[in-house]
Design a protein around this ligand. Structure first.
Ligand SMILES: [Zn+2]
Length: 416
C-alpha cells in the first residue's frame, strides 16, 4: 500500500482555485517543525453540484505543489465514494474514502454472523486493552449483535476495496473506511468488532472515520459534551492500537475526523490525546475554504462585497432547496437570518461570516446557510470565478490564515 503520513489534513476546495493558499498554511506549519500533509478531498456530491471533474482537483493540487515547491507527500481523496461512483476517481485519486454508512444495519445472513463470532473467540469476555481504564466486557450475544449491525457494511467496504485493487496497483493508493454519515455513533467496543471484521476482509485500511458522539455540523463548532467526546476519542485510539497488533492491520492505522473543521472546542482534547498516545490523525475540513472566498470578496469591498451580498440574497431565497441535502449536518435557525443585507459594510459581512466565536456579531446560521449555498456561486459560473481572480489578494490571505491559525496551530503546534 501507499503509506499515509502520521498527520494529514483534508482540505476541500469547491472551485479549485485556492490550492496554493491552502498549501501555504501547511508550509507555515512545516516551518513550525510539524509535518502535516495535505489531502485534497472532494466528494461526488460536491463535483455533481458544481459540475467539476475529478481531474480538476488533481491538476489544482499538482500545480500548487509545483509552484510552491512543496517537497513532502500530498494526496487527492475520492471522498465518500461507493461502487457506483468510484470509477470516476480511479485515475486521478490516490486516496479513497470508502463510504459504507448506507449498509450499516443491512440484513445479514445469520450463518455469517455466527461464523464471525466463532472465528473470533478473543472478542468474547473481558478484553484488556492498554490505555482503557477498564476492560471491554462482551458476551457472544453482544458480539453477534454488533456483527449483525456492521458486517454488511464491512463486506461492502471489501467489495469496493477489491474493485479499486483490481484497477490500481496496490502500492499506489491509501484506503479510508467511513461510517460517519449515519445517526448512531459507533462506540469503542463496536469499533473493535468492526476492525476485526475489516481485517477479515483483507482491507488495508489506514484511516477509519467513525461517527462520534455529538453533532459535527458543517462549518461551526462541535455541539455536545466535550468530556464524553474526549473519553470516546481516547478509547478509540486505544482500540485501534490494540487491533493493529491483534489483527495485523496497517501499523499506521488512525482515526479520521470528518467535518473536522471549526470544531474549536474539541481541538485541545484531540491534541492532548494525540500527544499522550503518540497516535496520528486525519482531519477533514468541511469545504469551508469557499466561505473564506466570500469573506475575502466582502473584505475587498466594491463589486466583491456586492457579489457576496447577492450570493446571500439568492441563498436565502433558495434556502429549502439548499439545506435539504445537508439536513442532518447543519442547524440553521431561520429567525437569526437577516432578511436583507444591502446596507451592510464589509466589516458587517465579515464579522457575521468569519468563524470567530468571540466576535459578538458572528452569526452561525448565516454561516451555515452560506456554507451550503455554494451551488449559487457555481450557477454564476464565470462571473463568480472572475471575482475570485479580482479579489485574489484578500481571499488567499483569509484562506491561509483560517487553516493555519484556527486549525493547524491548535491541533498540531507546541506542547499542551
Ligand atoms: Zn464524511
Amino acid at each position: 500500500m501507499l503509506e499515509l503520513e502520521k498527520y494529514s489534513f483534508g482540505v476541500g476546495d469547491r472551485f479549485a482555485k485556492q490550492a496554493k493558499a491552502q498549501l501555504a498554511a501547511l508550509m507555515k506549519v512545516a516551518d513550525d517543525g510539524v509535518c502535516v500533509v495535505p489531502v485534497w478531498n472532494k466528494s461526488h456530491r460536491e463535483h455533481t453540484t458544481i459540475g467539476s471533474q475529478p481531474i480538476d482537483t488533481r491538476v489544482a493540487a499538482d500545480t500548487a505543489v509545483r509552484e510552491l515547491g512543496w517537497t513532502q507527500p500530498y494526496h487527492v481523496d475520492a471522498d465518500h465514494i461507493n461502487l457506483e461512483t468510484v470509477d470516476h476517481y480511479l485515475e486521478t485519486s490516490d486516496f479513497f474514502t470508502i463510504d459504507v454508512a448506507d449498509a450499516i444495519g443491512a440484513p445479514m445472513d445469520e450463518s455469517l454472523v455466527q461464523a464471525f463470532v466463532d472465528r473470533h473467540p478473543e472478542l468474547v469476555g473481558q478484553i484488556e486493552i492498554p490505555g482503557l481504564s477498564q476492560p471491554i466486557a462482551t458476551t457472544s450475544d453482544s458480539v453477534a449483535a454488533t456483527a449483525r449491525q456492521y458486517l454488511a457494511a464491512v463486506q461492502r467496504a471489501g467489495e469496493i476495496y477489491r474493485h479499486i485493487e483490481s484497477a490500481k496497483d496496490v502500492d499506489t493508493f491509501i484506503t479510508e473506511v467511513s461510517m460517519d454519515e449515519t445517526d448512531q455513533p459507533q462506540t469503542p467496543p463496536e469499533m473493535l468488532v468492526i476492525l476485526a471484521a475489516i481485517a477479515d476482509e483483507g482491507v488495508a485500511v489506514q484511516t477509519i472515520a467513525p461517527k462520534f458522539t455529538g453533532r459535527f455540523n458543517k462549518g461551526v463548532d462541535y455541539v455536545g459534551e466535550v468530556a464524553q467526546f474526549t473519553r470516546e476519542f481516547s478509547a478509540d485510539l486505544a482500540v485501534i492500537a490494540h487491533s493493529i497488533g491483534q489483527y495485523g492491520l496497517p501499523s499506521n492505522l488512525k482515526l479520521s475526523v470528518h467535518s473536522g473543521s471549526d470544531k474549536f472546542s474539541i481541538y485541545p482534547a484531540i491534541r492532548k490525546c494525540l500527544q499522550s498516545s503518540g497516535a496520528g490523525v486525519h482531519l477533514k475540513t468541511a469545504g469551508t475554504t469557499w466561505l473564506e472566498e466570500l469573506i475575502g470578496m466582502a473584505e475587498a469591498g466594491g463589486e466583491g462585497l456586492d457579489l457576496a451580498k447577492e450570493i446571500y440574497a439568492q441563498a436565502l431565497a433558495a434556502i429549502d432547496q439548499l439545506c435539504a441535502p445537508y439536513a442532518s449536518v447543519i442547524n440553521v435557525d431561520r429567525s437569526q437570518l437577516p432578511k436583507q443585507i444591502d446596507a451592510w459594510s464589509s466589516q458587517q459581512y465579515v464579522d457575521a461570516l468569519r468563524h470567530d466565536p468571540t466576535c459578538p456579531d458572528f452569526n452561525p446560521s448565516f454561516r451555515q446557510l452560506l456554507h451550503v449555498g455554494y451551488k449559487i456561486a457555481a450557477q454564476m459560473g464565470d462571473r463568480y470565478l472572475a471575482m475570485l481572480a479580482e479579489c485574489e489578494e484578500t481571499i488567499s490571505k483569509n484562506v491561509t490564515a483560517n487553516l493555519y491559525e484556527r486549525h493547524l496551530v491548535p491541533l498540531f503546534v507546541g506542547d499542551v
